[in-house]
Design a protein around this ligand. Structure first.
Ligand code: SER
Length: 315
């Protein structure tokens, strides 16, 4: 990777991925693109930032050529809960950005990373130690897009030799930029709310488990996978990765160890609850460990402590 375009750079992952890539590959080699004016303006303080529409093949293509891009990180996506409110829009945006990224990667010889998700699984998937290769019949539009995206990305690799790689991200916990419209968002929101107001009302049932990852591990995963020796990759799109699995009750108990006065209650959102229930409780990420050395560093204890410190400085 020498010249990287991050598409959808203003979101939860991009906000932290861009400075991380700058550290590894040099400031001038990272281009941060986003469709929203406010994101482009915010990013301009820290990166070469461009306004772009990933759904417009021609202007997206001119950027790839202008900056001589050799690697694309396509982070454009409407998340799971928002997707259920606007299914057609979710399909058009999620698949449109991916198709254009695949087309441009093929035409310009770029490597392409597009995150998949635990959302690619569904009710009929084994929930405990969800295998790398298993049943994938999601019942959200977000999941349908993710499975389609995995298949298309593998297709472009086998058919055209495009260097497509991906991980199935669990919920990502971070303190750079809030996620929006996801089912796992509660695990981020809770820190901001308890530190601001001393209380949090959770939309996910107290005993629903989901896989989670702390952002520093997510960033390492992206670089490790994109730098991995292709000869060692038996899979490409996409690898299970995880590092913690917990339910709201466990996370809140851990937060209370630091903030004993914090109050938690529940107002379960039926849409989010149904989505969360259909996703894995805990994935098996042994293929990622074996094929490219995935080795997460954070656990619930350290993540909670770090989030309280970092979010505490912001609110
Ligand atoms: N964080 C995403 C969501 O909740 C899952 O990939 O939609």
């Amino acid at each position: 990777m020498k010249r990287i375009l991050v598409v959808g750079a203003g979101g939860q992952i991009g906000t932290e991925l861009v400075p991380f890539l700058q550290k590894h590959y040099g400031y001038d080699n990272i281009i941060a693109g986003d469709a929203k004016d406010e994101s482009v303006a915010r990013m301009a303080e820290q990166a070469i930032s461009v306004k772009m529409d990933a759904l417009d093949l021609e202007s997206y293509g001119s950027l790839v050529r202008k900056y001589k891009v050799d690697t694309i990180f396509n982070l454009v996506a409407l998340l799971s809960a928002t997707g259920e409110r606007f299914p057609e829009k979710a399909w058009n945006i999620n698949m449109g950005a991916l198709m254009n990224s695949l087309t441009l990667a093929k035409e310009n010889g770029c490597a392409l990373f597009t995150p998949s998700s635990i959302g690619a699984f569904g009710e009929s998937t084994p929930h405990d130690m969800t295998p790398q290769d298993t049943v994938m019949r999601p019942n959200t539009i977000y999941g349908v897009c993710k499975v389609t995206g995995e298949l298309l990305s593998d297709y472009y690799f086998h058919r055209y030799g495009v260097d497509t790689r991906s991980v199935r991200f669990p919920g990502i916990i971070s303190n750079g930029c809030l996620p929006g419209g996801g089912t796992t968002d509660y695990a981020v929101e809770v820190f901001y709310e308890v530190l601001r107001k001393g209380r949090y009302t959770c939309p996910i049932p107290k005993d629903t488990y989901m896989d989670m990852l702390y952002m520093p591990d997510a960033l390492d995963a992206v670089i490790q996978l994109m730098e991995a020796d292709p000869a060692k990759l038996k899979h490409r799109n996409s690898f299970n990765i995880t590092c913690m699995s917990f339910c709201p009750e466990q996370l809140f108990a851990k937060i209370r160890e630091h903030l004993p006065e914090a109050v938690f209650d529940y107002a379960v959102d039926p849409v989010k609850a149904a989505i969360a229930d259909s996703w894995p409780d805990r994935m098996d990420d042994s293929c990622a460990r074996a094929e490219w050395g995935w080795n997460p560093q954070w656990d619930l204890d350290r993540m909670t402590k770090d989030m309280i410190e970092k979010v505490g400085r912001k609110v």
